[in-house]
Design a protein around this ligand. Structure first.
Ligand SMILES: NC(=O)c1ccc[n+]([C@@H]2O[C@H](COP(=O)([O-])OP(=O)(O)OC[C@H]3O[C@@H](n4cnc5c(N)ncnc54)[C@H](OP(=O)(O)O)[C@@H]3O)[C@@H](O)[C@H]2O)c1
Length: 290
């Protein structure tokens, strides 16, 4: 039996549907069984034959975390540590979701080009959210080395606020929008991430450790917005044009600094036969579901 913690969040909702559709037995909890409350966790798990706990719960407010780092640390490090200790005591394993924000965003340059971050590259978060997520990774892997930490990035899906929904709304409301063009990453459809999680927990030969999953390829937020516009126009989700203008990060200041480059290498997860669809094709598939 699989226990999805944070089952009402964007990823948790998608993952619940995906695993259930594959016929796996799934239970889920969100805030009503806080992962900060060890007694509540133990009560919930009693008499349930849990084999995997998948932690989709987190403190995800990147800018607010700059003012609430203590709270973010509790949710992003203490909560996962409670889950991993519980998993170990039950003979279960933890798959914990982490983020590209554990990296500095200053890439290694090979032959004049930035190279995607490998799973064992040194981390170096520049903001509170990234620091707390990095602490969570360390606590999980040191408490139970048979765990899986799965880093992802630029997530969007049907269940919750995200960049795609924001762009579609703004493109309907306005004739022109500005989007940051000097931050490079890889968009990720939550359904593809759910499929990758399914692969990781069901394939017999996948070892413990750190993995990366995003959709394949890379783009800037500006290029992502252009793709959303053009594909939504083709599908009839937008009935008028909206001009998308490139901005620099300086022209769109945020409280927390975003990594300028956060492309994650998927070489490791691909080596286990887990599909990594291209970001634009997945965007089209997602838009078709709307
Ligand atoms: N979204 C992205 O772009 C992105 C990018 C990279 C990595 N990630 C990682 O991906 C994972 C899933 O992200 P997401 O966007 O699906 O997050 P989300 O939508 O914010 O979902 C997180 C869920 O955790 C719940 N939660 C908060 N505190 C809790 C507690 N004490 N006990 C139990 N549940 C609690 C939240 O409830 P409330 O809504 O009531 O707070 C929410 O339902 C996270 O680990 C995140 O760090 C996300």
């Amino acid at each position: 039996m699989i226990w999805i913690v944070g089952n009402r969040g964007m990823l948790g909702t998608e993952l619940t549907r995906y695993l259930e559709a594959q016929g796996l037995p799934v239970v889920g909890t969100d805030r009503e069984v806080s992962f900060l409350d060890t007694a509540a966790l133990e009560t919930f798990v009693r008499d349930k034959p849990i084999t995997w706990i998948i932690n989709c719960a987190a403190y995800t407010a990147v800018d607010k975390a700059e003012d609430e780092e203590d709270l973010a640390l509790r949710l992003n490090a203490e909560g996962p540590e409670n889950l991993v200790r519980l998993a170990a005591s039950q003979g279960a394993r933890l798959l914990h979701i982490s983020t590209d924000y554990v990296f500095s965003g200053v890439p290694y340059i090979i032959n004049g080009k930035p190279r995607p971050y490998e799973v064992d590259d040194p981390t170096g978060p520049t903001g509170a959210y990234g620091r707390t997520k990095e602490a969570g990774e360390r606590r999980v892997m040191s408490a139970a080395p048979d765990s899986i930490v799965l880093r992802t990035a630029w997530l969007y899906g049907a269940h919750g606020p995200n960049f795609v929904f924001t762009m579609l709304r703004l493109m309907k409301e306005r004739d022109s929008i500005g989007v940051v063009a000097d931050q490079q990453g890889s968009p990720t459809w939550a359904r593809d991430l759910a499929a990758a999680i399914y692969g990781l927990i069901t394939k017999p030969d996948v070892p413990a450790g750190i993995y990366h999953f995003t959709n394949d390829g890379e783009c800037s937020w500006y290029e992502f917005a252009l793709a959303i516009h053009d594909e939504a126009r083709k599908l009839g989700l937008l009935t008028k044009d909206c001009t998308v203008r490139p901005l620099t990060t300086d022209q769109y200041p945020t409280k927390a600094r975003r990594p300028a480059y956060s492309v994650l290498s998927k070489a490791k997860i691909k080596s286990f036969g887990i599909p990594v669809p291209a970001w634009r094709e997945s965007l089209v598939e997602f838009l078709k579901t709307l």
